[in-house]
Design a protein around this ligand. Sequence first.
Ligand SMILES: *Cc1c(COP(=O)(O)O)cnc(C)c1O
Length: 412
Amino acid sequence: MENAQLLELANKYGSPLYVYDTAKIASQYNRLTGAFNGVKNLKLNYAVKALSNINILKVLKNLGAGLDTVSHQEVQLGLTTGIDPKNIIYTPNGVSLQEIEEVAKLGVQINIDNLSILEQFGQKHPNIPVCVRINPHIMAGGNSKISVGHIDSKFGISIHQVPHIQRVVENTGMNINGIHMHTGSDILDIDTFLRASEILFDVAKQFKNIDFIDFGSGFKVPYKEGDISTDIEQLGVQLSERFNQFCKEYGKEITLMFEPGKFLVSEAGVFLAKVNVVKQTTSTVFAHVDSGFNHLVRPMMYDSYHRISNISNETGRDRYYSVVGYICETDTFGSNRRIAEISEEDILCFHNAGAYCFSMASNYNSRYLPAEVMVHEGKDYLIRKRQTIQDILHNQEIIDLKPSTKKASVSA
Ligand SMILES: *Cc1c(COP(=O)(O)O)cnc(C)c1O
């Protein structure tokens, strides 16, 4: 998307604003399917939590993706797109048996990540096939909050407990139809991925009725210039060959699944915010925008880097800025950034804002959630209106209690 077009959108819809480009989503989807075209049955399930606007879900459905969901509500969002529940996988962590049963009733593929619920579910519903999430105990992931496959991680059933899974299967008569792992976002190199995959093949061999192996996600995308990203094409060549060999040994053409979020939508999104104030202190020039960690929390929560550019002054002379928000806590988007000279009312563009940005936004400070716009074949579509005060008040019951104003007597 060109800066001129983004500026126009900020003018038309106001700021702050999220903008998504369907062409980028499609090219990422096609790149991933292309890398694995050597595999007969490939299924990409888009991780809804990355960006859950139903219009984005529809775009992905129309591209041929299934959906990876982590809550009953994400399943419900998915179903509103008209997607076949068979194309949804439900991969929660630590949810109640009751929630899993509700989702199973909808016909969605269930993925269970602990022995206790697996056994209870198997006893009550031996006829519903279930996938199990395995923890391969491989250290991966860009930082400790998003690295979820290591030995003391809360996710998945340990590979050392596979005999327990088999005992549950024998005792309940349930059927394990899939093996899953998700080792964490931001996998740095494909060797780690391939090592974890070997562990999954090993587990899969131990079950008779496997229909699919789900390798999760964790594909890294570049956030700044020079960032290394997952070499998808190389991974495609190596994993496809290994997967096809596994199918031969197993005696069945099973499905290879992935569930990428960030890879599909991160680079497709930008966040636009207006500069309220430029404040020069003795050490720093702050650019305060009309947003904060209520709208984009990744820099504050994960120390994530989002490139920031001044689309109102593309050709201006670079200066150093700390870009901060309006929240009454420190909310630094980036410190000491070289950005084309910023004036008040300029529009700043935060890049890579498609994944885990809007979907993690909140109403903190009672600010409105931003509007969302989707650009498709040169046309812009409002896909979420900016909130109003009615949205903030919605669901609040108004009662008017009168606490006593009598002063407490001081006891001796
Ligand atoms: C979050 C998540 C994903 C998506 O991860 P990305 O890094 O966004 O690709 C996939 N699978 C599971 C189970 C997840 O929790």
